[in-house]
Design a protein around this ligand. Structure first.
Ligand code: CA
Length: 230
């Protein structure tokens, strides 16, 4: 079955070219020409990936992403204007998986789409992982704590998934970088710390539980601490 891409782009000509190129590569493409339409479609449809322009009428790409991430971890690649460093940073802050700077070569975009789609499928194992009150439904890509849904970015989801697959075992920052980030990613191990902080904010802090522990000088471990105290 063809993978379905949502393309949110207001430049008609560019949108048309991308639609043709992506179609030629075998993707099914749905287009939206403004942020509001894009968000509505993104929330309603089951897309495998979203290409999201930042400068959009009615609702900016960043705002679309921010609202989408409350309930969805679908892979998102931002299309940014040249030299717009602030856009890139806030896009990644709000949970974009990648960004491509305009003007771009179609080959570059296609390569990034393939990487993002591969990551999107990394949680397809037929498993529901659990740790105390936390439940992670891998096939449905849903995370809940005591039945309440937690909106995670794709990176946070992958990170949590890796920790849970190694429940009770300490994993090093290097292991996390290797398994959750791309090989060759040169952001350094403090990137891991930053994302662990995001996860703790959304899970441990938000629900007043303690699952993710730091093992000083080694790395991180997820375990149900209530279990240990019993
Ligand atoms: Ca635009």
């Amino acid at each position: 079955m063809a993978q379905h891409i949502l393309l949110v782009e207001d430049e008609t000509k560019l949108a048309r070219v991308l639609e043709l190129e992506l179609g030629y590569e075998g993707y099914e493409v749905t287009k939206a020409a403004d942020g509001r339409e894009g968000l509505t479609l993104a929330l309603a449809g089951s897309f495998d990936l979203i290409l999201l322009d930042i400068m959009l009428p009615l609702l900016s790409g960043i705002e679309v992403l921010r609202r989408l991430r409350k309930s969805s971890s679908v892979p998102v690649i931002m299309l940014t204007a040249r030299d717009s460093v602030t856009d890139k940073v806030s896009g990644l802050d709000y949970g974009a998986d990648d960004y491509v700077t305009k003007p771009f070569e179609i080959e570059e975009l296609l390569a990034r789409i393939r990487v993002a789609l591969r990551h999107g499928q990394s949680g397809t194992e037929n498993e529901v992982l659990e740790c105390g009150a936390l439940k992670m439904d891998m096939p449905r890509r849903e995370v809940t704590v005591n039945g309440t849904a937690v909106g995670l970015t794709k990176r946070e989801f992958d990170l949590l998934g890796y920790l849970l697959k190694n429940k009770g075992i300490v994993v090093t920052r290097e292991q996390l970088l290797e398994h959750v980030w791309d090989i060759g990613f040169d952001g350094g191990t403090n990137t891991v710390d930053v994302y662990i902080r995001f996860l703790r904010g959304k899970i441990d802090d938000a629900f007043g539980i303690k699952l993710i522990s730091t093992v000083r000088g080694v790395g991180y471990v997820i375990k149900d601490t209530a279990d240990n105290e019993r």
